[in-house]
Design a binder for this molecule. Structure first.
Ligand SMILES: [Zn+2]
Length: 316
């Protein structure tokens, strides 16, 4: 995601306000597990997985509430207070939620303050488009280390939920049995859904699509789609006339079947390209809760798979 013109940000609560915030750091409570373990997630997708594996044990808060864009988020005082109060902080990592590092280091806090509390959920994920560049070299979303949109492959949700379950159980050993049971139940549900989603999209195996931003490589690999090009030539860069012409040529050459983007990305250019190529523009959910009917991770993936399958199906 996303193009600057389409982003929803919170400039009023910009980082500058953090420097003015004088609330002292709160000490972690002696019994962080009672009555509920306080978990903060940078995105609603991580929050949903934490709520699933920690059902009955956790109170989960999300820093970037849909439809805000995590890639252009500007944290404020509320967010710092949530983090101060959390026993665990879940992050996407890979530079996606780069602004979290500024929050953790604000007001002269030492990195040791957060030891054991920050969980990078990208741990153990087989990454795509690994480049190894420093994502913090620029103050915006960039795919520096690797493509960070890994939660869009539902198979990765098994690893992600496992990482979160292990962190919850380590923080609250007495809740370990419940967490493991919750996780096992989720994995069984996820397996069934992945089979159903794969079946639903099987008729379009190998189909070429265009995407607005380079959001979909993990989703495309899981469901055997071929992302042939991007409307946005680089993160946040407006397409030139030459780029548009090359997309039209590419779209015809590769028999591109649809343009994918999230509902919060600007659609004027994508609409015009789709009309000229005679293909649908498919607007998908950016994350859990970003459109109605996507209240948890499984419902979110259901929504996107079904929306894509409907758009690709030939008109009756
Ligand atoms: Zn991105």
């Amino acid at each position: 995601m996303k193009h600057a013109a389409g982003r929803i940000t919170r400039r009023a609560a910009a980082l500058g306000m953090l420097a003015a915030c004088t609330a002292p750091a709160r000490a972690a409570p002696a019994d962080a597990c009672s009555p509920k373990l306080r978990v903060v997630a940078t995105t609603s997708d991580l929050a949903s997985l934490a709520a699933i594996v920690g059902a009955g044990l956790v109170q989960v808060r999300t820093l970037v509430l849909p439809p805000m864009d995590p890639e252009s988020f500007e944290p404020g005082v509320r967010d710092l207070a949530l983090i101060e109060d959390a026993a665990l902080v879940l992050r996407v990592g890979l530079g996606f939620d780069f602004w979290l590092d500024k929050m953790l280091g604000s007001q002269g806090r030492s990195p040791a303050r957060w030891r054991g509390a920050i969980v990078d959920v990208s741990s153990g994920i087989p990454l795509l488009e690994v480049q190894g560049r420093n994502p913090f070299a620029r103050d915006a979303h960039a795919h520096g280390i690797a493509n960070p949109h890994y939660w869009l492959d539902p198979r990765n949700a098994a690893t992600m939920s496992g990482t979160i379950a292990a962190a919850l159980a380590a923080r609250c050993p007495e809740a370990g049995e419940t967490v493991r049971a919750n996780h096992a139940r989720f994995l069984a549900q996820l397996d069934g859904r992945i089979s159903a989603w794969s079946w639903r999209l099987a008729p379009w195996r190998g189909a070429a699509v265009l995407a607005f931003h380079n959001t979909w490589p993990y989703f495309a690999r899981r469901f055997h789609l071929n992302v042939a090009g991007f409307v946005e030539p680089k993160e946040g860069v407006t397409p030139s006339a030459a780029h548009v012409a090359s997309l039209l040529a590419l779209g015809r050459r590769w028999n591109v079947r649809a343009i994918l983007q999230t509902t919060d990305e600007p659609k004027k250019l994508s609409q015009s390209l789709a009309a000229r190529l005679g293909i649908p523009l498919v607007e998908l959910a950016a994350g859990v809760g970003s459109v109605p009917g996507t209240g948890d991770y499984l419902a979110f993936m259901d929504h996107n798979v079904n929306a894509l399958a409907r758009a690709l199906a030939p008109a009756a």
